[in-house]
Design a protein around this ligand. Sequence first.
Ligand code: ATP
Ligand code: HSE
Length: 294
Amino acid sequence: MERVRVRASATSANLGAGFDVLGLALDEPYDVIEVEPAERLEIRIVGKGAGSIPLDPEKNTAGLVAKAMGRDVLITIHSNIRPSGGLGSSAAPAAGTAFAINELFSLGYTREGLVPIAAKGEVAAAGVAHADNVGPCIMGGLTIVCGDHAKSVAMPDVSVVAILPDIEVSTKAARELLPACVPLREMVLNVGKACMLVAGASSKDPAMIGRSLMGSFNEKYRSPLIKGYEDVRAGALSQGAYGVAISGSGPTMIALCPGERSKHVEKAMIGQFGKHGISCESFITRVGQGVQII
Ligand SMILES: Nc1ncnc2c1ncn2[C@@H]1O[C@H](COP(=O)(O)OP(=O)(O)OP(=O)(O)O)[C@@H](O)[C@H]1O
Ligand SMILES: N[C@@H](CCO)C(=O)O
């Protein structure tokens, strides 16, 4: 095989209480990653991140993955996911590269086996090898990561409304905001919410998923970074959203809702950010299937 070309989509990590454990694959937007054998490891970027994402393989999530897999390749990233938005822009090239190298060199990894390898790339972006973006990017659906294991659960058919406010939040800074220890009572509540969320997906109960998205410790510490957070969340709920969460480390907020309510939810959320003087980009998508060869 001379070259492998894959589609690696945006993802929404945490889903509230599932900090560093749960993540959701989105159908769009997605990066296209091309990988071909080369004399030395090299990265090229075109699109949204060109100019701002480092090309040095040691500082690029895709470069660290290729190094971890011991392959000299040319990686071309067609970047379509807003960097530092909370939509897994750093994970998609890492996941896409792991998947493509596995195909190109017939290495025989399963999708689950590729998750911890792709997670090594996240060190370049977040300083730690968290897998809650690369997991869903590779596996699709709602993904649970725990140690070196990753499992995917099919989601009910919900619309995902993503609102990207014009606010800067880096994953590194948002991680530093979190306390090293949480009180037992808070821990119990968070474990309960994360479990209920997975149970809601397994039993195809979007209302249970939505309730479980809200009220996590992650939301408590990070929502102050997002001006207008509570009003935006209330706006979405008033228009029929099942629930709202900070996507990854933010500042994007996602709402899950029935398809027919998605335009109303989007409008309400943008309107509430507007009242706080904040402009936004937005999109509506569905749950994604995981990285694919194209
Ligand atoms: N291949 C890459 N693609 C995108 N960003 C990268 C890549 N390699 C390194 N980075 C760096 O990662 C940072 C963006 O990652 P960060 O984790 O902060 O945001 P995100 O992935 O968009 O959001 P989140 O992880 O919260 O979903 C930027 O500083 C960017 O330069
Ligand atoms: N779980 C990570 C996701 C970052 O995309 C965090 O919230 O820091």
